[in-house]
Design a protein around this ligand. Structure first.
Ligand code: F6P
Length: 358
């Protein structure tokens, strides 16, 4: 038996650890694994792949990115806007299936976020034997308690806040850190809490500049002359729109980014306090996965192979919070998981006096 593995969407720490886990678990069963290069495109002629034998897996557990390459644009792209998707043409799905047959693949593991898993779902509906593994630093997939990559991104953002803390304090400045997460505030709220931010702005809770400035003024009053603000790239003021870094076309989702600079300039204007902004950007997606992500990737990869062995195609590996299970891909892509505005994370932040900007 021969299986294939594809990595799709934005990269993140842990993709290689999943590749390793899948290939090792498959080898254990006597199967061969082919790593498809360049995401699903690698299945089309001329097929582009590499054999994932034991030698090919050296060092993969700790290596960032994906040795297979990835894509979040191109002919397989299904996300056309916020919450909008398109159906892949039958001709493309048929060509993909032919590609798998040419390579002798009995099944495919698709590792990705909502875009890649939507592609996987459409492939499953077309009859392609496929299972999914949930990846994204945004942690915004509703069908799993956690996605891999998230913990590593939060670790990076927390480290950035720790570093900003000392310089903010030394200069008595406001430091604004913009983090990723698309339309979900998970990275912002978790890193904000872990890094001791004083203000956390998330897409789920539209903010008011008056509230942010009031929080800064209150800190001044109690003798704290610096403030750390964590802002999610998808945060927006009450009645305002998302700030986009460009790339809005009918064919692709908007690229968010830039809200940090807007917030910083408004704070400086309103409070007169020197304010600086740092956009963490793709640093959050680079480097080695954290211990927790390495474990999660290993559990997920092993489970994906198990699903294939059981013939449970059209399912995605999921973490329930206590165990690793699976759900239908249809469920995995049906809705995004955002931060509940009255949930435990927000409540804990408020209990500590952290401003959510509302
Ligand atoms: O979905 C992961 C993510 O890093 C988002 O947090 C971010 O908005 C987006 O991808 C950036 O995409 P790109 O790599 O195309 O700039």
């Amino acid at each position: 038996m021969k299986i294939g593995i594809v990595t799709g969407g934005g990269d993140c720490p842990g993709l290689n650890a999943v590749i390793r886990a899948v290939a090792k678990a498959a080898t254990k069963r006597g199967w061969e694994t082919l790593g498809i290069i360049g995401s699903f495109q690698g299945l089309l002629p001329p097929q582009n792949y590499r054999v994932l034998d034991y030698k090919a897996l050296d060092g993969l557990l700790v290596r960032g990115g994906t040795i297979l390459g990835t894509a979040n644009r191109g002919i397989f792209s299904v996300k056309t806007g916020h919450g909008q998707t398109r159906q892949l043409p039958e001709s493309l799905l048929a060509e993909t299936r032919r590609g798998m047959e040419t390579l002798g693949l009995s099944a495919l593991v698709a590792v990705g976020g909502d875009g890649t898993l939507t592609i996987a779902h459409q492939m499953h509906q077309f009859g392609i034997p496929i299972v999914g593994v949930p990846k994204t630093i945004d942690n915004d997939l509703a069908a799993t308690a956690v996605t891999f990559g998230f913990d590593s991104a939060v670790a990076c953002a927390t480290d950035a806040l720790d570093r900003l803390h000392t310089t903010a304090e030394s200069h008595g400045r406001v430091m604004v850190l913009e983090v990723m997460g698309r339309y979900a505030g998970w990275i912002a709220i978790c890193a904000g809490i872990a890094g001791g931010a004083d203000v956390i702005l998330i897409p789920e809770i539209p903010f008011r500049y008056e509230s942010i400035c009031a929080a800064i003024a209150e800190r001044e009053r109690i003798g704290k002359h610096f403030t750390l603000v964590t802002v999610a790239e998808g945060a927006r003021p009450v009645g305002g729109d998302y700030v986009s870094a460009g790339g809005d076309t009918a064919q692709r989702e908007a690229r968010l980014g830039g809200i940090g600079a807007v917030v910083a300039s408004e704070i400086e204007k309103r409070t007169g306090k020197e304010t600086r902004v740092v956009v963490l950007g793709h640093l959050q997606r680079g480097g080695s996965p954290t211990n927790m992500d390495r474990v999660l990737c290993t559990l997920f990869g092993a489970k994906a192979v198990d699903l294939i062995a059981q013939g449970r195609f059209g399912e995605m590996v999921t973490h329930t919070g206590t165990s690793v299970e699976s759900v239908p891909l249809s469920e995995a892509v049906s809705r995004l998981r955002t931060v509940p505005p009255d949930g435990a994370f927000v409540q804990a932040a408020r209990a500590l006096g952290i401003s959510l900007g509302d």
